[in-house]
Design a protein. Structure first.
Length: 149
């Protein structure tokens, strides 16, 4: 298992930074470089990262399905920091205040531990994550095109 930083470069809400997974993998050890360094077999998604790590960044793993975190569900930046992003809009509501109305959406996040949802303003999510509002429509010719809502 390879250690990743849960603290830097992360969008955090509440306790998620503290409770996020600290290791990804498992990866096969190809060879021992020195006393405290090992070369790992990394997938193509991590090809921009050097494949040799110190033992302080590794954790022995006996394969257990509960511990394994699939790499396609975890978004990592180039420095192996977790990137948490919304996946889809689950629900929409209009919040009524005294004299105004606010559009809010319920968003599902790419969390590994459990299904994670948050409510937030449409303006925030539309400006930061515009891909959430793209819809696919089928034209008369049977072609698909993206339409923003």
């Amino acid at each position: 298992m390879l250690k990743v930083s849960p603290w830097r470069g992360v969008i955090r809400f509440g306790k998620h930074g503290k409770l996020s997974p600290r290791f990804i993998g498992p990866f096969k050890v190809i060879e021992r470089i020195r006393l405290g360094a090992y070369k790992l077999e990394l997938p193509d998604k991590l090809r921009g990262i050097h494949d040799t790590f110190h033992v302080s960044n590794l954790k022995r793993c006996f394969v257990n399905d509960d511990v394994v975190i699939p790499l396609d569900e975890v978004q990592l930046d180039d420095k192996l920091h977790f990137v948490k992003e919304p996946v889809e809009i689950m629900d929409r509501e209009v919040k009524r205040l005294k004299q105004s109305r606010i559009l809010i959406v319920k968003v599902r996040w790419n969390s590994r531990h459990r299904l994670e949802f948050t409510w937030g303003r449409v303006e925030f999510f539309r400006s930061k994550y515009p891909y959430l509002f793209a819809r696919r429509r089928v034209t008369r010719q049977g072609k698909r095109r993206d339409v923003t809502s």
